[in-house]
Design a protein around this ligand. Structure first.
Ligand code: DQA
Length: 145
């Protein structure tokens, strides 16, 4: 079973960007952690990070055309702005879990909107980078049902 793990803008800066909010683990180490977790579950992850909205849309569509079982996505700031990402997830009809490292609901007003949430089966916020493995677990449990 293949799942896509998609990260949006500035998540390549993990470990450098605002460590008080996002922790000190680098993007590379987070990918390694998710990869190990997926291996232990017998799941094949496809990782992708981009700072560009259209490239993220392309990757979500690719998940559909490549026969992925589902998507875990941290859309970064595009969470709060992008109808294109919402439409992309809806168009694939794939189960999608939204994850945020920080507790977005306790942050600025502009972070209180999530367009993509309407197309997601679950949202995880504020659990740090552990949230990614929780998102994978939720998706896999959902797919097994
Ligand atoms: C984030 C929260 C977003 O508001 C922010 O723009 C990010 C990261 C998170 O993981 O907590 O880039 O998605």
């Amino acid at each position: 079973m293949k799942i896509y793990i998609i990260n949006g803008p500035n998540l390549n800066m993990l470990g450098i960007r605002e460590p008080d909010k996002y922790g000190t683990d680098t993007y590379k180490s987070v990918v390694e952690m998710i990869d190990a977790h997926c291996s232990s579950l017998g799941v094949t992850p496809v990782f992708y990070q981009s700072n560009h909205e259209g490239d993220l849309v392309d990757k979500i569509q690719e998940a559909y055309f490549e026969g992925a079982a589902g998507i875990v996505i941290n859309p970064g700031a595009y969470t709060h702005t992008s109808i294109a990402l919402l439409d992309a997830v809806k168009s694939t009809m794939l189960p999608c879990v939204e994850i945020h490292i920080s507790k977005v609901e306790e942050r600025e007003d502009f972070r209180q909107v999530s367009y993509i949430r309407a197309a997601c089966i679950k949202t995880i916020t504020g659990h740090g980078v552990k949230g990614y493995t929780e998102a994978v677990d939720f998706l896999i449990d959902y797919l097994k049902k």
